[in-house]
Design a protein around this ligand. Structure first.
Ligand code: ADP
Length: 434
């Protein structure tokens, strides 16, 4: 069966966010880590989200990676291509949103595309081309201080104008409010004036639904995961989607339950503290890791014992800012992070080989390290645990049943996330503790 939607995401957690919304809106979805190898079998699927690391790489690299993803998605027959970036339009004057969109349009022979970063459910709205985060303009919400992509201008027509040689236009809310015909006519008028990129306003779900209806036949759309939530309904109306009662259906979960946390974000610290109120955990210390393998061995002994008792077992490097700074001062920022990521990756590898089958990982970078230590290339997206975080499953060599995996970026999830996740998995798949 050919794909309905092929998405190219500029980072890993952004890919998961989009995939999660597609499943919630009724599509069966797989997220791949990088461009899949030829001949890979992804099973029954309506949408594939290819996760790249192209947000902050040099523009030529981002373009090359995105075109490779596009080639693969086209080889699978994708009817529509979605270029996914952050709902805060994270980019610099050099790109990469403009250059990537331009190259995808050229390859797809597309006359026009839309830019729809708005995600009203998360407080991201666009009015008269200006992006708001809650009640603040983008350049006053903290994003002006971002270490990699500082956003110092909220006017997206201007921002994108610096990233592309082509004309950038605006589809403003008053036009949307006049309805679908007026919206289509406005887009067509812009296209007649050779406006290739159109920044779109959107204040709520109705605006997103109307935009989705207007652009369902575009070869390429671009935006945040809010637009991703609105498109599946349009595909259904076109008869492109099979009615599937449980698009996020996963195989029965097997194996013991393990939590690995390398995130020091405030939400994660609360989740670790909450878990430790009822159950034991092992605190990994980067300073001790730097001294040799004994500390990792001790963590393994702890985890094996906790898993043998029925788990879940928690191993965490998460620490408050003073402790993190002390480790960084002694080891250097990079080395401290590396030691923790390597240790958690090794623990994941060993404990999964020994039978852990339900794994929660906290931290964006940490998730990347664990996924790569396990050699995972694709994730089938299941139901949601907390907003933005789904359960997923990955096939693993040498294991009959897939590994169940929840990858939580730092600030996501409620305080009881580490235990709630396993309850949700049990409800979702029916538990089999084999
Ligand atoms: P988040 O999603 O919360 O930003 P990440 O995993 O992306 O989490 O980033 C956290 C970084 O901090 C990782 O590189 C991790 O290895 C590092 N780290 C975790 N614990 C410690 C610690 N105790 N001391 C120093 N660095 C740490």
């Amino acid at each position: 069966m050919s794909l309905v939607l092929g998405a190219i995401a500029d980072d890993f957690t952004g890919a998961t966010d989009l995939a999660n919304n597609l499943v919630r809106a009724g599509m069966r979805c797989v997220q791949t880590i990088g461009v899949p190898q030829a001949g890979v079998d992804l099973g029954d699927v309506d949408a594939v989200v290819v996760a790249l690391k192209s947000r902050s790489t040099p523009a030529e690299q981002a373009v090359a990676d995105s075109l490779a993803a596009l080639d693969w998605l086209q080889s699978q027959g994708a009817r529509q291509v979605f270029f996914k970036y952050c709902s805060t339009f994270d980019s610099t004057d050099a790109g990469n949103i403009g250059p990537v969109a331009d190259s995808l349009m050229q390859r797809l022979d597309a006359r026009q595309t839309v830019m729809v970063p708005a995600f009203p459910a998360n407080g991201r709205t666009v009015y008269q081309g200006h992006l708001f985060v809650g009640d603040r303009l983008l350049n006053e919400c903290g994003m002006q201080h971002h270490p990699l992509n500082p956003m110092t201008d909220a006017d997206l027509v201007r921002v994108l104008g610096r990233q592309t040689p082509h004309a950038v236009g605006l589809l403003a809310r008053p036009v949307l409010a006049s309805g679908i015909e007026a919206t289509r006519a406005h887009l067509a008028a812009l296209a007649a004036e050779r406006v290739r990129h159109v920044i779109c306003d959107a204040l709520d779900e109705n605006d997103l639904a109307l935009l989705a209806e207007a652009v369902v036949d575009y070869p390429l759309v671009t935006g945040g995961s809010g637009l991703g939530q609105a498109l599946p309904e349009q595909y259904r109306r076109r008869g492109w989607l099979a009615e599937v009662s449980e698009p996020g259906r996963l195989a029965p979960a097997t194996g013991s339950a393990l939590v690995l946390s390398g995130s020091c974000s405030r939400a994660t610290l609360g989740q670790v503290a909450r878990f430790l109120e009822g159950q034991p955990g092992f605190a990994l210390d980067p300073l001790a890791l730097a001294e040799g393998d004994a500390h990792l061995e001790a963590a393994l002994v702890f985890a094996r014992e906790a898993l043998a008792k029925g788990g879940p077992a928690l191993v965490y490097a998460s620490a408050d800012p003073e402790r993190v700074q002390a480790a960084q001062a002694a080891l250097g920022v990079e080395r401290a992070g590396e030691l923790v990521e390597q240790a958690l990756g090794r623990l994941a590898r060993i404990l999964v080989d020994e039978g852990a089958g339900r794994l929660v990982v906290a931290g964006g970078e940490t998730s990347g390290a664990v996924v790569s230590a396990l050699g995972i290339r694709q994730l089938r997206i299941g139901g949601q645990i907390d907003p933005g975080v789904p359960w997923t499953q990955a096939p693993l060599d040498g294991r009959e049943a897939p590994l169940s995996l929840a990858l939580k970026s730092g600030n996501f999830g409620a305080e009881d996330f580490f235990s709630h996740a396993f309850t949700v998995l049990e409800e979702m798949t029916g538990e089999d503790k084999a």
